[in-house]
Design a protein around this ligand. Structure first.
Ligand code: SAH
Length: 270
């Protein structure tokens, strides 16, 4: 990733594309993608962005396949401080397990507080995976919920287990991001073991894979079904898993052959 200084005050727009479809990317983000001189992001996300707004030849695409977010964040800030008009691209919402916090962290911790003074930073929300999957399945997030990433890249798994235990114990609906990777295929199984201490086997679970993208697959299963290793093997890093609370229900509407809806009622019993 290299760049030429352009001079003047640059912009860094941290944008969220939403789950993937053109229609669920906000007009604000589309406008910023069109206006940017440079797009920065993980290769997959730049491909997603290019399917939403076709980049012109004048725009530079910086595909960072580097997994170190801090490097990507510093690169984007440096570009903007050099006078470029940068769109830093995340999928979903950029503030949910994504680049907005990585940028804030750099601004907070760099030893030179003036280093990026010439960059005007702004953050532009998108529809997060849990919201997109929930909408397909019904309204599983209709009452209190939380989101937990099962990735132990940035936090120890013991913390993940403690949070799962606390959230399930407090009867939140729980959306699991980064649920199961090739490198750590047992994460989901371990998480389910914790959830199983608090939830009935019949608890509805939504598996949303590639939501809003051409290969979208949304399934409603139960916690008990998910004990099956074959079903677990269908869950990957492109899937969000929503585990219901004790109140989450399914409803089978006669005449509607799209399958059951899942919802969590708005009120909670005394
Ligand atoms: N900023 C993103 C989340 C990044 S973490 C957002 O707000 O949606 C990456 C995780 O998000 C994936 O492992 C998966 O759990 C989830 N995810 C992102 N896009 C998804 C999609 N289109 N369908 C299903 N899950 C998705």
């Amino acid at each position: 990733m290299t760049s030429e200084p352009r001079g003047g005050r640059g912009r860094l727009a941290i944008v969220g594309l939403g789950p993937g479809a053109v229609g669920t990317c906000t007009p604000d983000v589309r406008t910023l993608l069109v206006a940017a001189t440079d797009w920065v992001g993980y290769g997959t996300y730049l491909d997603l962005a290019a399917a939403i707004v076709e980049p012109t030849r004048a725009q530079s695409l910086h595909r960072s396949n580097n997994r170190v977010e801090a490097d990507r964040a510093r690169f984007a800030l440096d570009l903007a401080a050099d006078g470029h008009d940068v769109a830093l691209v995340s999928s979903g919402d950029p503030g949910v397990f994504a680049m907005a916090a990585a940028i804030m962290e750099q601004l907070d911790t760099d030893p030179d507080p003036h280093r990026w003074a010439a960059a005007e930073v702004s953050i532009h929300p998108g529809i997060s995976a849990a919201q997109a999957a929930a909408a397909r399945a019904g309204a599983p997030l209709g009452h209190d919920f939380c989101v937990i990433s099962l990735s132990d890249n940035l936090k120890p798994f013991s913390i993940i287990e403690r949070r799962l235990d606390a959230a399930a114990g407090a009867d939140f609906v729980i959306a699991l991001y980064n649920p199961r990777s090739r490198h750590r295929p047992d994460q989901l199984d371990r998480a389910l073991a914790v959830l199983g201490r608090h939830r009935a086997p019949a608890t509805p679970v939504v598996l949303g894979r590639d939501v809003g993208r051409p290969d979208e697959q949304v399934r409603v299963v139960t916690l008990d079904d998910l004990a099956n290793q074959r079903l677990q093997a269908e869950v990957d890093m492109r899937t969000v898993v929503i585990v219901g609370s004790s109140q989450t229900r399914t409803v089978d509407v006669p005449g509607d052959d799209r399958g059951v809806w899942v919802y969590t009622p708005r009120s909670y019993p005394d």
